[in-house]
Design a protein around this ligand. Structure first.
Ligand code: HEC
Length: 221
């Protein structure tokens, strides 16, 4: 009888362990509040720093996947709406439709023509972020001592402006040195007033970097 009771207890314990393992949530909850870390790790992809600007400028244009239009039920304008759009399998980048559509063929390709497709580096970044759990993370360090065009300005332009202001955009083209340096005063007034990038202002640090580059004469360096 005693052995029997022990066996029952043991079995219950094993079952409990299995059940609790199954229900273990490996990733942080879906929340609009980012998990912040002070130091940026080069191995980690950060939603707030890298993914949000990319999605906002390439997918959340008005008439597309913004909160107003949310075409096909997909709204990538905030972390929570993105995660609720059913296009991400956390931890499985290559099985997530958010990643698959970026290199799909024909009408399934996103962003659709006449918008430009994301570069392979940008696609890889999105895949890596999903592989790492699609977490709402943010790293705070930003180096304002680096403000040359190639290393500091161009990455901001590519991730935060080019999606809307690509070649042929009626609202101005910003994608390389030539296009971005034409009207620095206009660009500065739009980013310092937070009217650009539309819906997703640059961080203070990014503004300082751009300001410093402009004050240095906006060189092609
Ligand atoms: C989500 C789309 C989108 C993104 C991203 C975006 N813009 Fe714009 N931009 C527009 C549209 C649309 C207009 C036309 C005017 C309007 O609707 O406000 C515009 C107009 C402008 C203008 C004209 C003046 C003004 O404020 O109306 C400037 C300058 C500008 N953008 C700069 C930028 C810069 C610099 C970035 C990146 C740091 C950027 N934009 C990112 C959509 C965007």
């Amino acid at each position: 009888m005693k052995i029997m009771r022990k066996t029952v207890l043991l079995c219950t314990a094993i079952v409990l362990v299995i059940v609790s393992c199954k229900h273990h949530v490996p990733y942080p909850d879906i929340s609009e509040t980012p998990i912040r870390s002070f130091n940026c790790s080069t191995d980690t992809v950060y939603y707030q720093n890298e993914i949000a600007p990319l999605l906002s400028s390439n997918c959340a244009m008005s008439g597309c996947h913004d909160s107003h239009d949310s075409r096909a039920g997909i709204d990538v304008s905030s972390y929570v709406s993105l995660m609720n759009s059913n296009i991400i399998k956390r931890g499985k980048g290559s099985r997530s439709s958010l990643y698959k559509v970026l290199h799909a063929s024909g009408d399934n390709l996103m962003p659709p023509s006449p918008y430009s497709p994301l570069s392979s580096d940008q696609q890889a970044l999105i895949k890596k972020w999903i592989d790492q759990g699609a977490i709402n993370n943010q790293c705070m360090s930003c180096d304002t001592t680096i403000f040359n065009f190639k290393d500091a300005i161009l990455p901001i332009v590519e991730s935060s402006c080019k999606g809307c202001h690509n070649a042929g955009s009626p609202d101005g083209e910003y994608y390389d040195y030539g296009t971005f340096s034409i009207d620095t005063a206009g660009v500065w007034s739009s980013i310092s007033s937070n009217s650009m990038p539309k819906n997703n202002p640059l961080s203070d640090c990014q503004k300082i970097i751009i300001k410093k580059w402009m004050q240095a004469g906006a060189p092609n360096n």
